[in-house]
Ligand binder design. Structure first.
Ligand SMILES: [Zn+2]
Length: 54
């Protein structure tokens, strides 16, 4: 599972990921082409980070 987050919501995204998956989250910055088409899961801003478990 993957979550997308802006700069503001990354702490929240990491907390939610751990709560939902009981797994250690890995955080990566999105590349520019991904940013343009991806919104934050918690607001309407462009996503900057992706949180996943692999
Ligand atoms: Zn956000």
């Amino acid at each position: 599972m993957e979550k997308f987050s802006c700069e503001i919501h990354i702490d929240h995204a990491l907390d939610m990921f751990v709560a939902e998956n009981e797994d250690f989250p890995i955080m990566d910055k999105l590349v520019n082409s991904e940013k343009l088409s991806t919104k934050c899961d918690y607001c309407e801003e462009q996503a900057v980070y992706i949180v996943s478990s692999k």
